[in-house]
Ligand binder design. Sequence first.
Ligand code: SF4
Ligand code: SF4
Length: 112
Amino acid sequence: MGDVRSGLDMSGTVTIDVDVCKGCELCIGACPPRVLTMSEPVNRLGYRYPELASGCTGCAACQLICPDFVFEVFRSPRDPSNKSGAEGARASSRSDSGAWPERPGPQGQERK
Ligand code: SF4
Ligand code: SF4
């Protein structure tokens, strides 16, 4: 009991940069499994901020809706062959929904 699971085959977590939160609460309603709640204490700006309970799926809805870029999302597919389970992929902040961008390679160099 108490282990909240979603229907998604994914586990995740988020980091919350509490001191830049403006307390708008958009993230609270956006979180499908409802694992975000507003704190009682306030941050250095004087706003309450979200706190994470267990059951995050890594869906990134909070990251997408937050106007102040408070969240960073980490997620890990429930892959039976991945026994560690600890090496989650970080959901890229603004570029897409999870794939890491390619680093520019040396091919683009021009010689004159
Ligand atoms: S990533 Fe999804 S499940 Fe996790 S806290 Fe954000 S909105 Fe909720
Ligand atoms: S959406 Fe962002 S700014 Fe608004 S309460 Fe949530 S974390 Fe704070």
